[in-house]
Design a protein around this ligand. Structure first.
Ligand code: MRU
Length: 377
């Protein structure tokens, strides 16, 4: 794995012109290059803008596990690219052996992070692609899997832009919008989910001021969301996580919008730890609480939030800041990376196919099946 790669190769060089993203993206979260998969190192932002180049699928698994790349949709695209890279690197000339290696690759990638369902969605999509190619040659299978991963990258950007268009109307014409964690370009292939909605609203002329929760312990809000929004020139104020109640009470917040790592069939939402607290506070203050996520984040096989696996991360994320201990040795620590916000606290869920509202069992199932959006459109 190389740091500080300066490769500028196009991520979509083997895709046809009409499949390439239509916008120039300011932030390249990840990209497929001739030399491997290149990631902006999110553990180093905002103080260093450096890149990591992975040349093996094991390295891609490491960057997902270590959160060099993070955010549910970005994890999904990274998983697909990691699988494509592993298959491309195979030395075998037998399709049967390639399938064995493919299964091993999927197995390792599938063990990196448990909560974001986009990871498993991406693995399943690559598996289905492989199955559809069984009568092809090894070279053809490799090429098709690389193209499938690149296609997922392109599609994710388009999905976020569509989600932005769908959700922008929900944003206030002016004033404060609170977000938690980072659900922006860095959490996706580009544009973002919750931040995509904010970006679209700003593009429509809305005068939004973003309040970004710092998001302890990994600081996705103060490091990543603030970095993105400052780059975009969108007015942004960072608050520590324990300030959101007071800021809401002062009347500064007109809406809350967050992303999601997994949405259960009943509308319960797993997202970054602390999201539940924000949702309860929003309810208390009569502020709408919106979730923006692609359909690939909706998991109809998980009936409710209690069945969503919650990742427990290393306690040092809590006990240390920038490598320096801030707690006494021997203290006990909990570090769940996510919590579950019950559907009853969620005003609406914005997807690329439309907006779901309660009862979510029906509205989400309809959107997943591709039925016309309900309400709002
Ligand atoms: O642990 P992370 O940084 O991967 O968690 C990310 C989040 O919880 C995001 O809010 C979520 O993935 C939505 S990203 C579009």
């Amino acid at each position: 794995m190389n740091s500080n790669s300066t490769s500028q190769a196009s991520p979509n060089q083997s895709l046809a012109n009409d499949q390439r993203p239509t916008t120039d993206l300011m932030i390249q979260t990840l990209e497929w290059t001739d030399r491997g998969v290149r990631f902006i190192d999110q553990t180093k932002l905002p103080t260093e803008e450096t890149y990591v180049n992975c040349t093996t699928y094991q390295e891609v698994a490491d960057v997902i596990r270590n959160m060099v790349v993070r955010g549910a949709p970005a994890i999904g695209v990274a998983a697909a690219m990691g699988i494509a890279l592993g298959v491309k690197n195979s030395k075998t000339e037998s399709v049967g052996q390639l399938k064995n290696e493919f299964d091993e690759i999927c197995d390792l990638i599938g063990k990196t992070r448990p909560t974001a369902v986009n990871l498993f969605w991406a693995i399943r999509r690559m598996q289905q692609k492989f199955e559809s190619l069984r009568v092809r040659s090894v070279a053809q299978i490799k090429q098709a899997l690389v193209e499938e991963a690149q296609r997922m990258h392109v599609e994710d950007i388009a999905i976020n832009q569509e989600m932005g268009r769908n959700g922008a109307a929900l944003m206030p014409a002016s004033g404060g919008v609170l977000t938690h964690c980072n659900a922006g370009a860095l959490a996706t292939a580009g544009y973002g989910t919750a931040l995509g909605v904010i970006r679209a609203a700003v593009e429509q002329g809305k005068k939004i001021h973003v309040y970004a929760d710092e998001t302890r312990p990994f600081l996705q809000g103060s490091r990543l969301t603030a970095w993105e929004l400052v780059k975009d020139g969108i007015p942004t104020t960072i608050i520590s996580d324990n300030m959101s109640g007071a800021i809401m009470r002062q009347g500064k917040i007109g809406a809350v919008i967050v992303g999601a790592d997994r949405i259960a069939a009943n509308g319960d939402v797993a997202n970054k730890i602390g999201t539940y607290t924000v949702a309860v506070l929003a309810k208390e203050h009569g502020i709408p609480f919106y979730v923006a996520a692609p359909i690939s984040t909706v998991d109809l096989e998980t009936p409710d939030g209690s069945k969503i696996p919650i990742e427990q991360r290393n306690p040092t994320e809590v006990t240390h800041i920038a490598g320096r201990a801030i707690t006494p040795v021997g203290v006990q620590v909990e570090n769940p990376a996510f919590d579950v916000t019950p559907a009853k606290l969620v005003t609406a869920i914005v997807t690329e196919r439309g907006i779901a509202r309660a009862p979510y069992e029906q509205s989400l199932a309809a959107l997943v099946r591709g039925v016309e959006p309900l309400g709002d459109h």
